[in-house]
Design a protein around this ligand. Structure first.
Ligand SMILES: [Zn+2]
Ligand SMILES: [Zn+2]
Length: 310
């Protein structure tokens, strides 16, 4: 009886996760059919782009990842709150679950204990495909919550972080409500504008942010360059960097986890870093951490020596 009682809430949670993953995909299908017949208006496109940037750049990369998980800069409580809400609106999990799991990823990177490594499913073609699926989406259905030992005490002690985590469902509702309102207002209060706002600004956008974020777990541990020796399979991937606002410089990130800057060279585009620099110019963030040119050059020199030695 005890086992039955324990499994019930987990099953409900799994159903909710299943809906959160596959409903946006269904939304994309509906949007494609609609676009085939009626095209796409400027309002729908701007709705999609605006909320993609708010939740992808502001929420996941600058907020959940660089600020809350890695503490790579400091900012005012209001900015923390806004970035955290934007992160919740991405439907990538609650603040604590996301940050603790990401910490776990860095602790175990590509070894036993890493929840979404593509390299732990065995050798051979089919196992590689299984690894790709697992790292991209499959892990969401097969792993539980990150264990307590991966908790970040700094976040547990922060009232804003606790508030953000506790009210995750509210941010999901807000995530659907805001684009609907945006579409409704910009089409002179038409119900069709509201529905299309929900379709493009919520369903399609959530699907895009999901798969781009998950690509960092899958693609950036499979394909790309490895300028730094990190002891794992993390890679730099230009396409992921473009669509994930600089997060595609993942090998750089595994080497310099505490850095707010992931595009370390002038040609490595990093819009999240640019946004942090803008906030710094406005006096809204401070104590921004990034490796100096000398530090990078030293490590690069070390890598070259290692390569020659091999
Ligand atoms: Zn990684
Ligand atoms: Zn990280």
């Amino acid at each position: 009886m005890k086992t039955l009682n324990k499994t019930r809430p987990v099953s409900l949670e799994k159903i909710m996760v299943f809906v959160a993953v596959f409903l946006p995909l269904l939304g994309v299908l509906v949007a494609m059919i609609r676009m085939w017949g009626w095209g796409i208006t400027r309002v729908e496109l701007s709705n999609l782009i605006l909320f993609y940037i708010i939740t992808g750049l502001g929420g996941i990369t600058v907020g959940y990842h660089r600020l809350f998980t890695h503490n790579s800069f400091k900012t005012y409580p209001t900015i923390r709150l806004l970035l955290g809400i934007a992160g919740g609106m991405a439907l990538n999990g609650s603040l604590f679950e996301w940050c603790f799991r990401h910490r776990k990823h860095h602790v175990h990177s590509d070894t036993e204990g890493d929840d979404h490594s593509p390299h732990l499913q065995g050798k051979g073609f089919w196992n590689s495909l299984r690894g790709l699926w697992h790292s991209h989406t499959g892990w969401i259905f097969s792993v539980g919550k990150p264990e307590e030992r991966y908790a970040i005490q700094r976040l547990r002690n922060d009232p804003i972080s606790v508030f953000l985590d506790r009210h995750f469902v509210s941010w999901i509702i807000l995530s659907a409500l805001l684009p609907t309102l945006f579409g409704w207002v910009l089409t002179s209060f038409s119900w069709e504008g509201a529905v299309l706002g929900l379709l493009w600004g919520f369903f399609v956008r959530v699907c895009l942010v999901h798969h781009i974020t998950w690509s960092i777990n899958s693609i950036c541990h499979l394909w790309g360059t490895r300028p730094f020796a990190t002891g794992d399979h993390s890679r730099n991937n230009l396409l992921c960097a473009i669509f994930a606002f600089g997060e595609g410089w993942h090998n750089n990130h595994h080497k310099w986890q505490w850095s707010a800057k992931q595009g370390l060279f002038w040609w490595q585009i990093d819009p999240s870093w640019w946004f942090i620099c803008l906030l710094k110019k406005l006096g809204l963030v401070w104590d921004v951490k990034a490796p100096t040119r000398e530090e990078i050059a030293k490590v690069m020199a070390g890598v070259r020596v290692e390569k020659h030695a091999v």
